[in-house]
Design a binder for this molecule. Structure first.
Ligand SMILES: CC(C)(COP(=O)(O)OP(=O)(O)OC[C@H]1O[C@@H](n2cnc3c(N)ncnc32)[C@H](O)[C@@H]1OP(=O)(O)O)[C@@H](O)C(=O)NCCC(=O)NCCS
Length: 224
């Protein structure tokens, strides 16, 4: 079953509802990791997302999800072993939803945030925005908050695509040229940024950084 496997030049976003009963598919190290969560609900959430990740990768590759061994980059980015590395993926989750991006053309990064997080970013501009970005922010609070959330998701998607995560200071580079397709940061020239749109995302904001040249992502809904 390869419905999750994107064709060359395309990417897939798999929508996961972590509150549904996904069949647990963790290996022993992952079970131990789940046990380290302080709250049961966090352990269940993480278990649902990791199990869903295993199931989708297993189905995409046509292998038993339980036998899949994941590897981790220097800053913790999960990836497939060398024999499967033509399939790239990245996951982002918040309390009620998770998105898993897949692409065969190169690394991807995805970020998902609840839209009501936007106002909490007002006043935090200098902690993650480059001065060039701050100079272009709208002044009206609602517009400014929404622009900040868009910027945050784009920056996280970018840093997750690179695999560095927040070990690179998001304020150290500017995405001010994103709208017109010109970004100063050379490490990001390999990526195109998509704003995935789907009715299921009406209360969320997401950004996908995928290899340049990939089409807008196709959506799949993962049923438990
Ligand atoms: C990656 C990072 C930005 C995640 O941010 P977040 O908003 O909390 O979480 P998201 O839901 O968007 O993404 C989490 C998922 O990203 C993936 N991920 C983890 N590290 C990653 C990295 N360096 N690059 C890309 N993706 C990563 C994992 O699949 C993770 O899911 P999991 O927690 O179920 O394993 C943040 O954890 C980070 O900056 N990590 C790297 C730096 C670091 O702290 N390293 C120490 C560990 S070596």
């Amino acid at each position: 079953m390869t419905d999750f496997l994107p064709a060359a030049g395309r990417s897939t976003i798999v929508v996961i509802d972590p509150t549904l009963a996904h069949r647990p598919l963790l290996n022993s190290a992952e079970r131990a990791q789940a046990e380290r969560f302080h709250f049961t609900k966090d352990a269940e959430h993480w278990t649902a997302c990791r199990s869903a990740l295993r199931r989708v990768l297993g189905e995409a590759l046509g292998i038993d999800p339980a036998t899949l061994s994941l590897e981790f980059g220097l800053q913790g980015k999960p990836q497939l072993p060398a024999s499967y590395q033509s399939l790239h993926f990245n996951l982002s989750h918040c309390a009620d939803l998770a998105l898993l991006a897949l692409c065969q053309d190169g690394p991807v990064g995805i970020d998902l945030e609840p839209v009501d997080r936007a106002t909490s970013l007002l006043g935090c501009e200098s902690s993650f925005c480059h001065p060039e970005e701050i100079a272009t922010l709208p002044t009206a609070p609602d517009d400014r908050a929404r622009t900040l959330l868009d910027l945050w998701t784009a920056k996280e998607a970018a840093l997750k695509a690179l695999g560095t995560g927040l070990s690179i200071d998001p304020a150290s580079f500017s995405l001010a040229g994103l709208e017109n397709g010109s970004i100063d940061e050379p490490r990001l020239h390999a990526f195109r940024f998509h704003r995935p749109e789907h009715p299921i995302l009406q209360h969320h904001v997401a950004c996908l950084a995928a290899p340049h040249g990939t089409a807008a992502p196709d959506f799949r809904i993962l049923l438990p």
